[in-house]
Design a protein around this ligand. Structure first.
Ligand code: SF4
Length: 376
């Protein structure tokens, strides 16, 4: 039996944040049609791929999944369990935003079987939150984490963004200090990414906003790694840190090049050597599912070379390149071709050979992209 991860994209949001390029819509219309469509899609793919696979993780992302009624989330989980084989200890994560869940809703969510909650806080500083056009303030952010812990969530993750316009190093350190005092076991800390097509991108192009340069960004990143390590959070991927044993199993599956199926508009899937993605329009998604139980916008078959490159890129950025696996799955020659480069990286203290894996050191994480560019 192969392990499988399931992702469900919930596209509904309260409003569009200026930096966001995820597929999301500001409406609560069509929620029940959406759930019906997801139900059909689950049935379709379970029939195709469910027989020799077992679900290890389920992840509700978005959008703002906590915007859906609890009953709808419960239905989707039950549907997955009725159609796929699912591990008893399956990790079930729900992304949520402060301001969209109170304590009683968190409790109800926990009763559906969700055992991991990922909270999109981004910053505890009011001016950052205003800039990002988030709907919450510092108080609501902290209360959401505390409420989640109070109702019994042990596995709480938060997202934070650094290098926001006007953010100083001490502001950022203050954010990290607040975070590590909260009952969270996982922190995702991302540098602000300017995505094309977002309002923020236009603001930058129009010269209305400036963000810190590369050196400042690297300084904040280095500070993040050091501060979180000193406070008991181990780095296990470029942007992800956790207390021992609380890695996101769902993300680890992506980064270990495991298989996954995504349901909902814009969701991506990867099985064997095939990748496909759904239409990024709720209406189109529902129409297509009603016609044929699937809503595939595009697909590609990966060549062995593409798969090798992706495997190296994803695993080096996280738990490290598994030497046995790369020999078994791909060309043995990769290790031979890169032997000298790998030895050089080891001598510079950028990678280590540990437990049959090639892993980045904290220093290596800082130049991860350059290292990847040099390996072939
Ligand atoms: S809440 Fe999240 S998904 Fe929704 S618009 Fe804001 S950043 Fe995008």
């Amino acid at each position: 039996m192969k392990n499988l991860s399931i992702y469900i994209h919930i596209p509904f949001c309260d409003h569009k944040c200026i930096y966001c390029d995820f597929y999301s819509i500001i409406t609560t219309e069509n929620q029940s049609n959406f759930i019906n469509a997801v139900t059909k899609e689950i049935g379709y793919y379970a029939e195709l791929y469910g027989k020799n696979r077992i679900v290890k993780t389920i992840y509700f992302g978005g959008g703002t999944p906590s915007y859906l009624p609890v009953q709808a989330i419960k239905e989707v989980i039950e549907n997955i369990k009725n159609n796929f084989k699912v591990y008893d200890d399956c990790e079930i994560t729900l992304e949520t935003n402060p301001g969209t869940v109170n304590k009683s809703k968190l409790k109800e969510l926990k009763n559906t079987g969700i055992n991991r909650i990922s909270i999109g806080i981004q910053s505890f500083l009011e001016s950052d939150l205003d800039f990002l056009t988030r709907i919450h303030d510092k108080k609501t952010a902290i209360a959401t984490v505390e409420n989640a812990a109070d109702v019994g969530f042990k596995n709480i993750s938060i997202d934070l963004i650094f290098n926001l316009p006007g953010q100083t190093k001490s502001n950022w350190l203050n954010n990290l200090s607040i975070a590590v005092e909260l009952p969270v076991v996982h922190i995702s800390a991302y540098s602000l990414i300017i995505e094309r097509g977002t309002i923020l991108n236009k603001m930058i192009l129009d010269g209305k906003v400036n963000i810190g340069d590369e050196d400042f960004d690297a300084d904040l990143y280095e500070t993040t790694i050091r501060f979180l390590n000193e406070n008991g959070f181990e780095q296990y991927e470029v942007s992800n840190f956790c207390k021992s044993g609380f890695e996101s199993k769902h993300n680890l599956n992506y980064w270990n090049y495991g298989e996954y199926i995504g349901f909902g508009p814009s969701a991506h899937s990867f099985i064997k050597n095939k990748r496909w993605w759904n239409f990024s329009s709720l209406k189109k998604y529902i129409d297509e599912i009603n016609k044929s139980n699937r809503a595939v916008r595009g697909s590609e078959l990966l060549t062995p070379e593409q798969m090798l490159n992706e495997f190296v890129m994803l695993t080096l950025r996280s738990t490290g390149i598994n030497i046995n696996e790369i020999k078994k799955k791909f060309k043995k020659s990769w290790l031979i071709n890169n032997k000298n480069k790998l030895n050089g990286l080891e001598q510079k203290g950028l990678i280590i050979f540990d437990d049959n894996r090639i892993k980045l050191t904290p220093k290596g994480y800082l130049v991860c992209d350059e290292i990847l560019l040099n390996l072939n």
